[in-house]
Design a protein around this ligand. Structure first.
Ligand SMILES: *Cc1c(COP(=O)(O)O)cnc(C)c1O
Length: 378
């Protein structure tokens, strides 16, 4: 790949490989043949930037998108006037008219939402596109079995709707041995049969790998598009999309007995060389990586020592020959040598939280068709 990377003189960079994003979308299309593959782009496309990610996915052939919130739907509508947009949280009471005006399809999650949306849709010239969410065992959002039964007995509530999707969500999709997956699938089939027929959707990214029974008409991958392994610890079916790099600010020598960072939580045992790096928890380096995280510098893995602070971390680079690491150079904190799942594990969390927590002041570099451009840094 030839890159013409413009390298702004910034402290930290998030590189987003849009070609890998498009390849991952195609991978899900191949994994769910004959199925409509939507893209979940909530939370600013999992922290990577709604605009560049949604445009790339649309170019890769995606026509159906999911966001969580109305505001996200409005932002996406402004970018992509022609696509189908589902809003997972459904309307907060009073926002129904905005959904209608922006052609956003609400996912109705409760009887209150069904009633309010039915009232807003009643009397329209055409039936109004709608999605229904059935709870099949997660007890998060969605109509309970009793609520589905009540709805089925009250068909005029549904009469203003063009039901585009009946969906549910898996609680344990990444654990293919978990019996809850099959129970949820069976409950989904049972509840769907109480309602008029409509296209169905159950699987998130991990759910797609549970097999074709879980695919129905439409699948809803999120995390895997953005390069995190949806079926970790099994080998990743997707390509990495993100890396995070930050500059070395200074190299310092420390003597045995010296402490490092806030709280003096690391004590140097033998004379050491330390690299102070310009990224901290404000940039998405979780504070729980204090004394646990790692970086990749000069072809080696080196440990984070001491606490992660807001703008800085400290690495022990004693094992790197002095001429191989200098102020101004970039070290990798997430990337090909430090997969995001590994970083998440070390921090005691999941890749989703690492991605959505990436800092806003890092300069974002987007690579598309082998060419890199600078995105918004703020
Ligand atoms: C976030 C979300 C998804 C996408 O999940 P991933 O695990 O990121 O693939 C799909 N469906 C619903 C209802 C969601 O909330």
């Amino acid at each position: 790949m030839t890159t013409t990377t413009p390298m702004p003189l910034a402290s930290a960079f998030i590189d987003v490989d849009l070609d890998a994003l498009a390849a991952n979308y195609q991978h899900f299309c191949d994994a769910a043949p004959g199925c409509n593959v939507a893209a979940v782009v909530k939370a600013n496309a999992y922290g990577l930037g709604l605009g560049p990610c949604a445009r790339t996915l649309a170019e890769a052939g995606c026509t159906v998108f999911f966001v969580a919130q109305l505001e996200e739907g409005q932002a996406l509508r402004a970018l992509l006037p022609g696509v189908t947009i589902f809003v997972l949280n459904g309307p907060i009471a009073g926002t129904e008219d905005v959904f209608l005006a922006e052609r956003l399809i609400p996912v109705l999650n409760s009887p209150d939402q069904v009633h309010a949306w039915s009232a807003a849709a009643a009397g329209k010239a055409q039936r109004v596109p709608t999605a229904l969410h059935l709870d099949t065992g997660m007890n998060r959002l969605g109509l309970s079995a009793a609520e589905v039964t009540a709805l089925a007995a009250n068909p005029q509530l549904l009469s203003p709707f063009d039901v585009k999707l009946i969906m549910s969500h898996l609680a344990c999709a990444e654990d293919d041995g978990n019996p809850l997956n099959r129970q949820q699938l069976q409950e989904f089939d049972r509840l769907r049969q109480l309602l008029p027929p409509a296209p169905a959707s159950l699987a998130n990214a991990a759910g797609i790998f549970l097999g074709p029974h879980y695919h129905y008409d439409l699948v809803r991958p999120g995390i895997g598009l953005y390069g995190a392994n949806p079926i970790s610890p099994k080998p990743s079916p997707v390509k990495p999309v993100v890396s995070l790099r930050a500059r070395v600010l200074q190299i310092r020598e420390a003597e045995a007995g010296n402490h490092v960072g806030y709280g003096a939580t690391h004590t140097v045992k033998t004379p050491a060389r330390l690299a102070v790096v310009a990224a901290g928890y404000a940039d998405g380096i979780l504070r729980s990586l204090s004394n646990k995280g790692a970086a990749w510098a000069a072809g080696r893995r080196v440990p984070v020592v001491g606490r992660v602070s807001m703008d800085l971390i400290t690495l022990d680079v004693t094992d790197i020959p002095p001429l191989d690491i200098k102020p101004g150079e970039l070290v990798e904190l997430i990337g090909p040598n430090l997969p995001i799942e590994e970083v998440a594990d070390a921090a005691g969390t999941i890749a989703y939280e690492v991605l959505t927590g990436l800092g806003h002041r890092c300069v974002r570099l987007y690579t598309c068709a082998g060419k890199t451009s600078v995105g918004d840094s703020l």
